[in-house]
Design a protein around this ligand. Structure first.
Ligand SMILES: CC(C)(COP(=O)(O)OP(=O)(O)OC[C@H]1O[C@@H](n2cnc3c(N)ncnc32)[C@H](O)[C@@H]1OP(=O)(O)O)[C@@H](O)C(=O)NCCC(=O)NCCS
Length: 191
């Protein structure tokens, strides 16, 4: 797949943000959740299949379970779900953030379809997420990268995240994630 470069814009967030490359990012609705669940389970299988025990992986590759969980989360006011589209109605990635998490907003999930990775969609989702988080009155954010997902760790470092430590995950024994933090999201949002 040829790489497509995306020109970034620094506008305040709006519901629909089209970019010149043909990709766009918008706030998700409940109608998007089936597709978002599908992308999530596909990505968990291909990214974490070799890193996690089958029992730990199982709930994350269960599309129905993921759909239920995402539907419940989307109904909460502190949830920010952005989807990236390649043309109208064709969702190719998403970013899910919990704004009300303590001590600061938590980026729970970021996924781009395997066949479109490396085209700038993940970066665009991160920048748009930063814009929305700032617009909702926050200036910092953190996330966890499951140990062994080195490509994702590099991706977050390149976007200005700082590794602040290693913590066990709550959902599986013996699995840790590297915590990445943005102490000031403004540079991520603006660049
Ligand atoms: C991490 C991810 C969201 C990045 O999205 P993306 O659209 O590929 O990101 P961009 O195109 O903006 O940036 C690509 C960079 O991401 C990194 N990257 C991470 N995983 C990658 C992958 N599987 N394929 C290509 N690039 C990847 C590379 O360092 C690449 O840098 P390069 O352009 O210098 O080669 C995406 O690769 C993905 O969905 N990975 C699988 C799920 C995952 O690990 N999510 C993060 C969980 S914490």
């Amino acid at each position: 797949m040829a790489r497509r470069r995306i020109r970034q814009r620094s506008n305040a967030p709006s519901a629909d943000q089209t970019v010149s490359s043909g990709f766009s990012v918008r706030v998700a609705t409940a109608a998007d959740l089936e597709r978002v669940s599908e992308i999530k389970v596909r990505n968990w299988a291909d990214t974490y299949g070799s890193l996690l025990e089958p029992a730990a992986l199982r709930p994350f590759v269960d599309r129905d379970a993921q759909l239920v969980e995402l539907s419940e989360k989307l109904a909460e006011p502190g949830t920010l779900l952005l989807v990236a589209e390649e043309g109208p109605g064709h969702i190719v990635g998403f970013a899910l953030t919990y704004l009300d998490d303590e001590p600061e907003p938590w980026l729970e999930s970021l996924h781009v379809l395997r066949e479109l990775r490396g085209a700038g969609i993940g970066t665009l989702l991160m920048r748009r997420t930063a814009e929305h988080v700032i617009a909702r009155g926050h200036s910092t954010m953190r996330l966890g990268v499951i140990s062994g997902n080195a490509a994702a760790a590099r991706f977050y470092e390149r976007l200005g995240g700082t590794m602040i430590g290693l913590e066990p995950v709550s959902w599986a024994q013996g699995v840790a994630h590297e915590m990445y933090r943005w102490a000031d999201l403004s540079s991520l949002a603006q660049s």
